[in-house]
Design a protein around this ligand. Sequence first.
Ligand SMILES: Cc1cc2nc3c(=O)[nH]c(=O)nc-3n(C[C@H](O)[C@H](O)[C@H](O)COP(=O)(O)O)c2cc1C
Length: 245
Amino acid sequence: MNDTIRLLKNHRSIRKFKDVPVTGEQLSHILDAAQMASTSSNMQAYSVIGVTDPDKKALLAEYSRNEFVRDSAIFLVWCADLSRIQLACEMRGGNVNVPGTVEHLLVATVDTALAAQNAAIAAESMGLGIVYIGGIRNSPREVSDLLKLPRLMYPVFGMCVGVPDHQPGIKPRQPRAAVYHENEYSDEGVAEALAEYDETMRRYYLERTGGKRDATWTQEMEAKMRQPGRLHMRQFLHDRGFTLE
Ligand SMILES: Cc1cc2nc3c(=O)[nH]c(=O)nc-3n(C[C@H](O)[C@H](O)[C@H](O)COP(=O)(O)O)c2cc1C
């Protein structure tokens, strides 16, 4: 065990923030860490918009249906971005149009997530709290208009950052046997591991909600899969230049 691993194992999402700003120095460390993430072919295919304007944060809270977004000190909107690569092609004087292929969408989205997670760890290492907000994809057009995102760019998720005003319990993860396989995949023991996890999560929710929430992980996943959400994303991505061939 070392300090880095201790920090990683201490993660919990924070959804209540003190009315204290993130300093310029803290933000600079967060962005330095984000930019040092590995990136596919050095494409660095992401951009991040830091939102501190209270009116814009309020709109983003509404669009994402996550009320606490307005209380974050800064709301970082992490965007997959091929527009800089389009610019690079134009700077070379050719007439190459960046293809919005499935592969490019994956590259840009993975780059975005890796940078964001580096930022999250940097923030937590300075005592700040974070929570990712996939909820911005409830209203991706409104978010894109508000932030003036160009073509070949889309908002992947937001991230609230601020000084924590609560300390929720650490959420248990699945048993190792469900997740890790040696040399080849095997489904042996996975169902048993999930049954064990269901019991762990039931206890966790009961404790965290004072007995109000009696749910298991498999229950939650089944309910979630019955109603696939955000079916607007396909058309939205297409309209932004991710034609997905
Ligand atoms: C891409 C992504 C999107 C998320 N979106 C939301 C969100 O919109 N609202 C929210 O309250 N939490 C959101 N979360 C937080 C997850 O619910 C949380 O990470 C998960 O339940 C595990 O809990 P923990 O982070 O406290 O360990 C998101 C997490 C990720 C990685």
